[in-house]
Design a protein around this ligand. Structure first.
Ligand SMILES: Cc1cc2nc3c(=O)[nH]c(=O)nc-3n(C[C@H](O)[C@H](O)[C@H](O)COP(=O)(O)O)c2cc1C
Length: 364
């Protein structure tokens, strides 16, 4: 991957990112996301730079990945430039085929801030800039940063962005809140538009974006966008009319989206059928079990499988079983049972077509 990768990409397309989410977006989820929406760029959850340097276990667990995840960016956090540079050398090893390194200047957790990592770099500006400079020197990969509007409203975002750009940060993601605000709502979105105006590198916006359609209404001058929590609740949220195979003329591109049914694009959104949802649950479960050992797998799959069924009040009984599943085989049995029980409804699109109480008589 060359250092101008993001600049080149931004000239070709408006693209979108899956936001990094610790404990949620592992390799299995990333594979699932790419299967649904091949245009989504992927950034790993954050790993500590010293962990990657000193823990063989961590390195072996997180850097190897599946081809479907390429190009994959690895996010790291720490506080001193030397450790970052050391970790960058490991991440850049050819055998891992990683596409870029993202620096976490985002995390607002007290423990992280107190130890000088994450969003505290917004107030330790000199350290922040030398981290990027040292990283850029240490690797052939493009360096990007994910941060916030400010730590507590007292920082000058444009000045900060300009210095990062000067230190060779190649793309900047801004989460639309300050570190002090954590997840509370902020109404003023203007600073990020002003930031993009002032910088040459692409600026990505990240904040409560529900789907691609909503983004198109808010984009203004911004380059790209990033969705986190909403993709957990609806992994199809990155799809819009332009991904409808009927609207794609390039044969290669059309092939990439051929798994999507044109009739499920409604009013700029994609509504998967129950069958598509169950198939993706099986794919995700299989990818997880291929990547993690059984005990860890069974704990992790629980939170995902129930989310897939969020819009299905009529599968309450299965939801209960899915949150307590203890093995892959058991999860597959439950998913297949749902498919069998609802075989007459597999073409229904939850969220668009409601199932009436009369339809469910057979469950009584
Ligand atoms: C459970 C959880 C874990 C997260 N882990 C990370 C992380 O590892 N690195 C990071 O930069 N942001 C992390 N974030 C923040 C998200 O990437 C994103 O900035 C945030 O959720 C706001 O975007 P959203 O409104 O689209 O969800 C995390 C958020 C949540 C809820």
């Amino acid at each position: 991957m060359n250092k101008n990768f993001w600049e080149e990409q931004s000239k070709q397309n408006k693209l979108c990112f899956l936001a990094p989410m610790d404990w949620y977006w592992d390799s299995a989820y990333r594979q699932t996301m790419r299967k649904i929406a091949p245009h989504v760029f992927l950034i790993s959850e954050f790993y500590s730079a010293d962990g990657l340097c000193y823990s063989k276990f961590l390195k072996d667990a997180v850097l190897p990945h599946e081809t479907i995840e390429d190009p994959l960016v690895i996010q790291i956090f720490w506080k001193d430039p030397e450790m970052f540079a050391k970790a960058a050398k490991i991440i850049s090893e050819e055998k891992y085929n990683i596409a870029g390194i993202d620096v976490n200047m985002w995390c607002p957790a007290k423990k992280v801030v107190r130890s000088g990592h994450g969003s505290s770099l917004l107030i330790n500006e000199c350290t922040a800039f030398s981290i990027i400079e040292e990283l850029d020197k240490a690797t052939h990969l493009p360096i990007t940063v994910k941060t916030r509007l400010s730590f507590d409203w007292n920082q000058d975002l444009i000045k900060f962005g300009k210095w990062l750009q000067k230190a060779w940060c190649r793309l900047l993601t801004i989460h639309w809140r300050t570190a002090k605000q954590a997840y509370t709502w902020v109404a003023n979105h203007e600073p990020i538009y002003e930031l993009q105006e002032a910088l040459d590198i692409p600026v990505i916006a990240n904040w409560d974006i529900l789907n691609y359609k909503m983004w198109m209404e808010k984009v203004k001058n911004l380059a790209w966008f990033m969705i986190g929590r909403w993709s957990f609740w609806n992994p199809w949220c990155f799809l819009s009319d332009q991904h409808n195979p009927d609207n794609i003329t390039d044969p290669e591109l059309k092939k990439q989206y051929s798994h999507l049914d044109p009739k499920n694009f409604v009013d700029g959104l994609y509504y998967p059928t129950l069958k598509e949802i169950l198939d993706i649950m099986l794919f995700h479960a299989q990818a997880l079990v291929d990547n993690k050992w059984e005990k860890r797998w069974s704990l992790e799959i629980r939170k995902h499988l129930v989310q897939y069924l969020k819009n299905f009040p009529w599968v309450k009984v299965y939801r209960k079983r899915l949150v307590t599943t203890e093995s892959y085989e058991n999860s597959v049995i439950i998913i297949n049972e749902i498919a069998e029980t609802f075989k007459d409804f597999l073409d229904k699109r939850p969220g668009l077509e409601e199932i009436t109480k009369d339809d469910l008589d057979f469950l009584e």
